[in-house]
Ligand binder design. Structure first.
Ligand SMILES: [Zn+2]
Length: 470
């Protein structure tokens, strides 16, 4: 398959280095708030890539995504709300995993928390200092960009350009305005760890280097995230990883385009903003996925209510076909396939090939969805005149739509029906119970759990949030 590599700015043939396991790292959430709709794009897009590789390419994907639970934003939010950093991080980590579940996004193979790996970050910074790539100043440690000959190779920014951009942020402390922070000295009241440079905490750019190398090794197959991370985050990751590892950090760098909001840049202060969970109250998971995957992942995507309504209609067309064919009665006697039925069955293979070609072409989900919609059109045309003996061919068409929809997380659910509502109702009760527990209304929270248990439904609190089973 071909993937566009930001590092070379070209589409290149992709296969995992060892031929079997794709080592993939996707920058994860900073857990200081609920996710907004812009955050959903990399989650959905790279979930589709992972699933396609697993289902159709025969590779195993080791998908590692960090949870940033120590960060300036968390500290600021904690100061604003009076909630301790750890409690905030826990609340929004739970909300993140609950959102993955709602959106039918597969959980990462591993989701390391930054705070569990501070020792590893300190030792990486120590090695950078030893090798002359970093220096300590006043309790902080900075990366020495001048020591990294290839700095700027991912973003394509030349050193002079960057210097002009960074001038505003220049400080007396740094040797060069481009030098970035690896370790920050603690201010009073902030979370802190002991280090050779005094109490403080590691910077975000170091976190991803340490976590990806720890779980996936020196060279990743794919490092992915939003295109807003190319500079400085990913550029700074490469500089550190290659300085200590002496090997290419990641073979492929994949970046999704950003989201605009009805034509404007998304901004909380301008009101051009939506939380993912609010959108999911009005549109189901498949509609939201359909909307995001209806545009190529590298292009900018404009979020709009109309776009979601269109996705809902397009999805309904497929679901209606599936439901109608399923509800047709089985013929009572076995009849042979008609010649037209035979031709229809044979045409399905060509649509499957089109889908595969699109997905292999830099995850062209637009073409892939187009191929699926073409199956629906052709099936609907054929159904009008199908003979009773053609029923197996119609059932094959449904099976194919569901098979091709699986990596996209589409067409697995019925339009309506008990299954969808049941899950929605259970999410409602689980969220209600979580709110009660936050308010320390433990008796009521326990009553919800106990009465569900009496109905044969078990709630289980896991590290990834509460799940239910019958
Ligand atoms: Zn990262």
């Amino acid at each position: 398959m071909q993937l566009h590599n930001t590092l070379t700015n070209k589409k290149e043939a992709f296969a995992p280095l060892d031929g079997q396991t794709v080592r993939m790292y996707v920058c994860g959430p900073t857990v200081y708030d609920h996710l907004h709709i812009g955050n959903l794009r990399p989650l959905i897009v790279f979930d589709a890539l992972r699933r396609y590789m697993e289902r159709f390419k025969g590779w195993t994907v080791r998908y590692v995504q960090n949870v940033t639970d120590l960060d300036d934003k968390l500290i600021a939010r904690s100061a604003d709300t009076g909630t301790p950093v750890e409690a905030l991080a826990e609340r929004y980590t739970d909300a993140f995993f609950s959102l993955l579940h709602t959106l039918h996004i597969e959980e990462p193979t591993q989701s390391p928390r930054a705070t569990d790996h501070v020792a590893g970050m300190i030792s990486l910074i120590e090695r950078l200092v030893e090798k002359g790539y970093a220096y300590a100043r006043g309790g902080d440690v900075y990366f020495r960009v001048a020591a990294s000959a290839e700095y700027g190779k991912l973003s394509g920014r030349r050193a002079e350009e960057q210097e002009a951009g960074a001038r505003i942020a220049a400080s007396e402390i740094k040797e060069n305005p481009l030098d970035f922070t690896l370790w920050k000295a603690a201010k009073p009241g902030e979370p802190k760890w002991d280090s050779p440079w005094g109490e403080g905490r590691p910077g975000w750019h170091t976190e991803c280097v340490v976590l990806s190398r720890e779980y996936l090794g020196d060279t990743l197959d794919i490092h992915a995230g939003g295109s807003d991370l190319i500079f400085p985050h990913h550029e700074n990751e490469i500089a550190q990883a290659e300085a200590v590892g002496g090997k290419p950090f990641s073979r492929f760098w994949l970046h999704n385009g950003l989201l605009s909001f009805s034509g404007d840049k998304m901004s909380k202060s301008l009101g051009n903003f939506a939380y993912a969970r609010d959108v999911l109250e009005r549109f189901d998971a498949e509609t939201v996925r359909y909307f995001y995957l209806s545009r190529h992942y590298r292009k900018p995507l404009d979020y709009s209510e109309e776009g979601l309504i269109e996705a809902q209609k397009a999805l309904a067309r497929v679901r209606t076909m599936i439901d109608e064919i399923r509800s047709e009665p089985e013929p009572s006697t076995a009849e042979p396939l008609s010649p037209e039925g035979g031709a229809f069955a044979a045409s399905l293979a060509a649509h499957r090939a089109r889908y595969l070609a699109a997905m292999d072409d830099d995850l062209n989900t637009v073409g892939a969805i187009g191929a699926i919609q073409e199956i629906v059109s052709e099936t609907n045309r054929f159904r009008a005149s199908a003979a009773p003996g053609d029923r197996p061919a119609l059932k094959d068409a449904i099976a194919l739509v569901r098979e091709l929809g699986e990596p996209l997380g589409l067409f697995q659910e019925r339009a309506e029906g008990p299954a969808g509502i049941e899950d929605d109702l259970m999410r409602l009760l689980i969220d209600l119970r979580a709110t009660l527990r936050e308010k320390r209304e433990f008796a009521l929270a326990d009553e919800i759990r106990d009465r569900l248990a009496a109905l044969g439904i078990t709630l289980k609190d896991t590290a990834q949030g509460t799940i239910w089973t019958t």
